[in-house]
Design a protein around this ligand. Sequence first.
Ligand code: 26Q
Length: 817
Amino acid sequence: LALAPVTGPASSVDGFVRQFLRNLNYERGVPLSASTPNDRYMAFAMTVRDYLMARWLEDQKRQREAQAKGVAYLSAEYLLGRQLDNNLLATGLSEIATAAMETCGIDIDDLRAQEVEPGLGNGGLGRLAACFIDSLATLGVPNTGYGIRYEYGIFRQTFEDGQQVEQPDSWLRLGSPWEFPHPEAARTISFGGHTETYDDEGTERSRWVPAWNVLAVPYNYMVPGYLNGRVNTLRLWSAKATNSFDLRVFNSGDYEEAVRSQTFAENISKVLYPEDSTPQGKELRLQQQYFFVAASIGDFLASLPADFDPANLPDRIIFQLNDTHPVIGVPELMRVLVDEKKMAWEDAWGITQKCFAYTCHTLLPEALEVWSVDLLGRLLPRHLEIIYRINDEFLVEVRERFGDDEMRIRNMSIISEFPDRSVRMAFLATVAGAKVNGVAELHSQLLREKVLPDFNEFYPGKFTNVTNGVTPRRFVRLSNPGLSTLITEAIGPGWVTDLERLRELETYAEDTQFRDAFAQVKAANKRRLGDVLRARDGVEISDGHMLDVMVKRLHEYKRQMLKLLHIVTEYEGIVSGRVAASDVQPRTFVFGAKAAPGYVMAKRIIHLINAVGSVVNDDPRVEGRLKVLFPPNYNVTLAERLIPAADLSEQISLAGKEASGTGNMKFALNGALTIGTDDGANVEIRELVGDDNFFLFGMSEPEVEALWARGYKPAEFYQADDGLRRAMDLIASGAFSGGDKTVFEPIVSNLLYDDRFMVLADYSSYIAEQAKVDAAYADQDAWTRSAILNVARCGFFSSDRSMRDYIERIWHTPPVI
Ligand code: 26Q
């Protein structure tokens, strides 16, 4: 039977309207006259989707047939943001769709507002994964993103009396038009039980006898490339109880227990863990990791022809490990090859070492994932055996190479003995991976020299760098339409997929007219932000203020406290009369930050930011000069409004602690100047934009090391700096807590007597640099020129470039067009 190829609806206003009404009537089951906003949003989204469908089906078919090597990106997080505008952009349908909705008497902005963003990630790492799959689709590289369909994403943040309160993020409550469930393609994932050996026609083999199973149900999402007709797939797994699971209990007549065990199984994909450092070693988290990785590897293997020789796997796939979260995939692939495909251990190991590559995203020792041998043995006994054998053979090689250097052996062992016997996942990933990369030059260097020096020596050539990037589609073209138009008018539209072309703007920085237009775009973006903040939080942003923005997860190492000390210093200067208000550049400080729910100090700092905000905003003495805004629930949607409006980007982590940062890139690309330390990708931003267009302050990483070595005593810095002392004393005095000295005392004493992230040491340099910021902002035209140069010189930070680097240096997966 010759089936007609799937064709999309006609690319006309009329075609769009017809498909929209069809979806409204036949998919939602309502007439336009009785439809709710959600009905209209759903039908509209489905219509956009329908235009992508033919290409999606074709690409899936083509990828099966081409037998080209592809990338399986394994990530526990994808922080996608809203899909509607992105998909409209990718199809080039915006104008048709807008006109079509007008015909139906619908404001397309009302539809946009309906979409709940899928917040299936914590921050940088999850957003990076989303940028990467966007770029791979735009480049036409075969890719499936694999992850978890959390029923609840990152919590919704509210403030009560200035303190963070977490609410569940039920993003699926009204349904999602973007997902395609495939329960028929569910995979069975096993846990627990024991291992045994058996005689397989004369060979002794091991096998795993698991105790319980869950089903992994795939949900597919379209990942369209930009105007190239390409649609890749994001496949997220959802946990479902197996039939046998509840049947077993059901047959025993215990109905309640049957339902309970169902809940137990389905808990696996229930909620995203909101910690983005200091992993807690929770059993459910390990279950999540194995659940999605085993399903993904099994899914890929099942997609190969029945007669496929697994020896050729490295020609067909590279599994990219987004941090250590999916590293349990290493022993899983070994188990499948050795136990199920009956391959010799050495052969399987050779293949496995070619099929994985590992990206590290941290330098903080406490963020390096370890799993206790106890827990691993209980949940995945066969995998633990395999890890032991990998380690044994690895340590034999280490001895061959370095001799019986027991210290070194202990330092390199995948199994650590103290404080409890546990598996170091980063070591396992390093031993198994064909390549290991850091996410910015400085980070990769520190990874080689400080975190894994023995491994770097043992595996020359394994370590590499791929500096992070961000997608220019979402973070410039969509989020900053004013700037996009201006750029396209100047240099044409090619920059959207070839961001280095922004260089052509350099000459425009010298053009008065262009500078004026650029400044007007910035002003318009501030008004747009003002509209959003007014509607969302009932706050106003003041005209003529410099917008000074610090948005990122709340972490001591990121040093929101340093920003706050600057604000308190400015405030104290004015109210004490030492500084004339009229001498201060009017500024609005904007924070956006979620704290992990169990991170007590981070939550205290949130409380303090809000407390300082209330006092500053209510004090007539600084009115019109200083303002502090902390809109709750910073997320991708808010970022898209905030970043284009910013004048100053705060990237002020202690040098050597921020692996890369990606917000820093988004701000620079949207024409904010950076005040930042020599950390992460800030280093590369500064090199590219030039010292004159970047506000550098603080110690360098070697200086940080040297200060630790000398012995860091934060109180000495407090004693030595009047401004610092006054700011700290004002906080300690209870000025921001209604006279109660106890509320913020833990913050103050932590800074005075511990200060792990050297806030006090960098304070004076930060304040001095902020004075330069003030002075620079006074010359608006010069500032705008600098801002344009930031845009022009940051094309390097496109995630398209990051993807090309991965492809050339790690994956070797050319586009399939
Ligand atoms: C691990 C185990 C258990 C529970 C949670 C986790 C967990 C989850 C998320 C650990 C870490 C994360 C996220 C880390 C992250 O976002 N890192 C950031 O990655 C960015 C992209 O490379 C960098 O730009 C940032 O510098 C880095 O902090």
